[in-house]
Design a binder for this molecule. Structure first.
Ligand SMILES: Nc1nc2c(ncn2[C@@H]2O[C@H](COP(=O)(O)OP(=O)(O)OP(=O)(O)O)[C@@H](O)[C@H]2O)c(=O)[nH]1
Ligand SMILES: [Mg+2]
Length: 218
């Protein structure tokens, strides 16, 4: 008798993720998966990046949350096409949900779609959603031990954003510890020190992201 095993669900997600990636590639759209803990500053970062990139690219946003539409309201106030995706309890977004949501965005007008994943340092990293780029946030108040405790989130990303950098003087945060652990799990990957509050580091991050969008949509 054949015994079904759970990782087949993951394989299925990989297949749908590839379909989504191909659909977006055909339409010359880059999808960016923004991941990090609850309150790390994902919506604030997306808001700041919209400000930096909106004159160059057509931008849409998919806001993932377990419940409510607080973040979608924040983005829609910027006159950016936005869909709120509620997972009703699930701790991550799956590719199939993105596939269902895409027709609700004006794809012909878009070059880039930011997806704010569910606030969580574990599950979102395990599920590809058809993205071209992964951005992981770690904010200073969360502590300097997170790369050691949640390695996949930092291994399987295209860059690390050290957010709330303006808070560094107020916390016992050993930056060298994070840098060295990040280099161990993701050698050579870029790291950006950013404050969505003061704008520090945002120009450099926006330039990196703009470059990756151009590569993805050419
Ligand atoms: N000082 C400081 N505060 C920040 C920064 N970025 C975000 N915040 C604050 O941190 C809080 C959470 O920010 P959000 O952008 O809502 O965080 P989030 O990751 O989207 O949160 P969830 O969607 O709930 O997971 C808010 O009070 C922000 O104003 C920053 O760079 N510096
Ligand atoms: Mg948010």
């Amino acid at each position: 008798m054949e015994i079904k095993v759970l990782h087949q669900i993951m394989d299925w997600n990989e297949d749908v993720s590839e379909d989504v990636r191909q659909t977006l590639a055909d339409r010359h759209i880059c999808m960016i998966n923004v991941m990090g803990s609850p309150g790390a500053g994902k919506t604030s970062l997306i808001t700041a990046l919209i400000g930096a990139l909106k004159d160059r690219f057509g931008i849409g946003v998919i806001e993932g949350d377990i419940a409510g539409q607080v973040d979608a309201d924040r983005i829609a106030a910027l006159h950016i096409p936005t869909v709120q995706l509620n997972t009703d309890g699930a701790c991550h977004i799956e590719a199939m949900s993105i596939q269902r949501v895409l027709p609700h965005l004006p794809l012909d007008d878009l070059d880039v779609i930011f997806v704010e994943n569910i606030g969580n340092l574990v599950c979102p990293a395990e599920f590809r959603i058809g993205e071209s780029l992964r951005v992981t946030l770690l904010s200073i108040p969360e502590g300097d031990d997170k790369v050691e405790k949640y390695p996949l989130m930092f291994t399987d990303t295209d860059c690390l954003v050290l957010n709330k950098y303006d808070m560094l003087p107020y916390f016992d945060f050993d930056e060298e510890r994070v840098l060295s652990n990040y280099e161990t799990v993701n050698p050579g990957a870029p790291l950006f020190r950013v404050s969505s509050r003061t704008g520090e580091g945002m120009e450099e991050l926006a330039a990196f992201i703009a470059g990756r969008i151009r590569e993805a949509i050419k």
